[in-house]
Design a protein around this ligand. Structure first.
Ligand code: SF4
Length: 192
């Protein structure tokens, strides 16, 4: 089984609780007007990985991280390989946070979704909506997005405990990569 991935950062502190392995899947059928990741829409883009190979990449970082975070692109558009990865990392003792542009309430009768959420600790739903921009809560950019705590591992307290942060990386090819959540336009202006 394969999974198509745009990119991943093995160790980050801005994509959920604690230090995490963040995975941006490639491909999104939702296509929101305000999407900041339009380059992740194409289902032929990114790189294809064997699920087992990708699980082994995560495993090699398991002592440095608290869990993994799925972002996108749209993780639910590749739900079967995403379930396999979540199931495997749970066995390593890692937690799972998953962002989806779909709404939880509309997915909860879907059998694959019911299987997926057995392995997810926090699910954050809803697409970014510019007219509802709100950076006051961690990891999300608009007020319509909701947190679902699906296991005993975390609870609502993380919402007040964590703040939005942005990480800046300079790749070997001198490309600057910004990740996390916050006012990216303001930051780009300062950097200019
Ligand atoms: S769901 Fe996410 S990745 Fe997909 S179009 Fe909307 S904001 Fe972009």
């Amino acid at each position: 089984m394969d999974i198509r991935i745009n990119s991943y950062i093995p160790v980050t502190k801005v994509e959920g609780v604690g230090t995490r392995f963040a995975i941006w899947v490639q491909g999104c059928s939702i296509r929101c007007d305000d999407c900041a990741n339009k380059h992740m829409w194409n289902f032929n883009g990114g790189n294809l990985y064997k699920v087992n190979d990708f699980i082994n990449i995560i495993k090699s970082y398991k002592d440095k991280i608290e869990g993994i975070t799925f972002l996108g692109g749209e993780p639910l558009n590749q739900i079967i390989p995403v379930i396999e990865i979540c199931k495997a990392v749970q066995k390593f003792g890692l937690s799972v946070i998953l962002f989806t542009g779909y709404e939880y309430e509309n997915q909860k009768d879907n059998k694959n979704f019911q299987e997926l959420i057995k392995y997810v600790d926090i699910l954050i739903d809803g697409k970014y909506e510019r007219d509802k921009t709100d950076f006051s809560r961690p990891w999300v950019g608009s007020s319509n997005q909701n947190y679902y705590f699906l296991s005993d591992r975390y609870n609502q307290s993380v919402i007040s405990e964590y703040k939005n942060k942005i990480e800046i990386r300079i790749n070997p090819n001198n490309k600057i990569v910004l990740t996390g959540m916050g006012n990216f336009n303001e930051l780009k202006e300062i950097m200019r």
